[in-house]
Design a protein around this ligand. Structure first.
Ligand code: PLP
Length: 437
């Protein structure tokens, strides 16, 4: 790992698969981001989702009550706040594991990018005249006939494929999902039941993405959703920040210099936590503190954020890490270069955790909050206590937060789980029992 900002201590922790908190030395160093995305894109994405809401409402009956808006709740669970060792402040759960349609955070980015493509085709082919036209026309037979000529292609560890597959087939697109070895059997089955073409790969995520990219490049009617390189996915995720701002207002939670906001985001390739961090920094600036979370075997974003902007990003295999984890949504060996460059100065730090630690949190969520999530999501609950560690205390001191910690809002971002079959979830719980013994 040449020209990286990782110190020797940090390399030791990484190589020994020890969970730890890494503080990002580039945080707030404005000059380190050569490709800063334009903030106006965030508001554009939010407007587009409003335009498309009537269409989504037509396509998915579960969106009836929200008028076609895909959003999750923000909850404060007293039992959880009392039972787990928190730093001062209040812990909230952001329940993206319950996002309608896809049951994971991928309902934000994945669905947004497919909708962008559908809108573009509809405008180019006269299905709608302009953006003020009636968008429910995108669900009629003319539109379906048009969409059926195109193929959406994507590579995934599971959840992105699930979200892209479900929205694409609902709109009438042909769709192929290239699944990495980590993808769970039930996710593939669910897609096949919805008419999605699933291609299984015996190797890791980056190979599945490469296979999809290659297939799409040979087909003029293919549209490839590039999880490693997509400003559209990123902005779809970023809209979550605008919605969260409203939810915090409704809950009476202030965010300012004396009321810091800490957000803990599970990271795979970096798109979802990157987009949300971007959105939160646009809204709350230096009062939002975003920490990302990764399994000890897959700390690719930590390594990517620690690498100089112009350098090729390292893969976790360079540290002899295996990228094997039960947190399948986070099983990514090399982060998105684009995302790391876009948000390198916005991420406060990254922490790692063992599968055992995240299973303990999965069980706590079940016992204390009646909240059932997949292992990837449970990692977010490990964030708050790290702020009481020596490294966390140093961060708070450096940013003049220590005296305001009792006013802090902590948000554990629960990123997936609603679609997990019951027997699969029972298996997680019994694994959790084993780890808590
Ligand atoms: C995809 C995913 C993430 C992380 O998103 P990236 O864009 O890959 O960083 C986190 N949790 C779950 C459950 C996911 O499916």
């Amino acid at each position: 790992m040449s020209r990286s900002y990782l110190g020797d201590d940090c390399l030791q922790y990484l190589k020994q698969r020890q969970s730890f908190l890494w503080l990002n030395p580039n945080y707030q160093n404005r000059s380190s981001a050569p490709l800063k995305p334009d903030e106006s894109r965030l508001y554009e994405a939010s407007e587009r989702l409003l335009r498309l809401a009537p269409l989504l409402k037509t396509l998915f009956s579960e969106l009836e009550s929200s008028g076609g808006i895909i959003e999750s709740t923000l909850t404060h669970i007293k039992a959880l706040n009392q039972a787990i060792d928190l730093p001062p402040g209040d812990l909230f759960l952001k329940n993206d594991h319950q996002l309608p349609v896809a049951g994971s955070i991928k309902a934000r980015g994945g669905i947004y990018e497919v909708l962008c493509f559908a809108e573009r085709l509809a405008l180019e082919n006269g299905i709608i005249e302009n953006i003020d036209d009636d968008y429910s026309k995108l669900a009629d037979s003319h539109a379906r006939e048009l969409f059926s000529r195109y193929r959406i292609v994507v590579g995934s560890t599971g959840n992105l494929g699930l979200s892209i597959g479900l929205i694409s087939s609902a709109l009438g697109f042909s769709v192929t999902v290239h699944m990495s070895v980590d993808a769970k059997e039930w996710k593939k089955q669910r897609l096949r039941e919805n008419g999605v073409n699933v291609v299984e790969h015996a190797n890791e995520y980056s190979n599945a993405v490469a296979a999809g990219r290659e297939q799409a490049s040979r087909d003029p009617f293919a549209y490839f959703i590039d999880d490693e390189n997509s400003p559209l996915l990123f902005m779809g995720y970023a809209v979550a920040a605008l919605r969260l701002k409203n939810q915090l207002d409704e809950a009476g939670r202030k965010v300012d210099e004396q009321h810091p906001l800490f957000v803990y985001l599970p990271a795979g390739v970096g798109g979802a936590p990157g987009g949300i961090t971007f959105g939160l920094k646009a809204i709350f600036g230096s009062n939002a503190h975003c920490f990302w979370a990764e399994p000890v075997e897959s700390p690719c974003c930590l390594m990517g954020l620690a690498t100089a902007a112009s350098n090729r990003l390292p893969a976790v295999s360079q540290l002899q890490l295996t990228n094997r984890t039960d947190a399948d949504g986070l099983a990514v060996g090399c982060a998105s270069h684009w995302v790391c460059n876009a948000i390198r100065d916005g991420v406060s730090g990254v922490y790692t955790a063992t599968d055992g630690e995240l299973y303990q949190k999965l069980k706590q969520l079940h016992d204390l909050a009646q909240t059932d999530v997949e292992p990837s999501a449970a990692i977010s609950l490990l964030g708050p206590k790290l702020l009481s560690s020596p490294t966390g205390v140093r961060y708070c001191d450096e940013h003049h937060l220590s005296e305001y910690m009792s006013n802090a809002t902590h948000i554990a971002w629960l990123t997936g789980g609603a679609l997990v079959p019951d027997d699969e979830y029972s298996r997680y719980l019994s694994l959790a029992e084993k780890y808590t013994k």
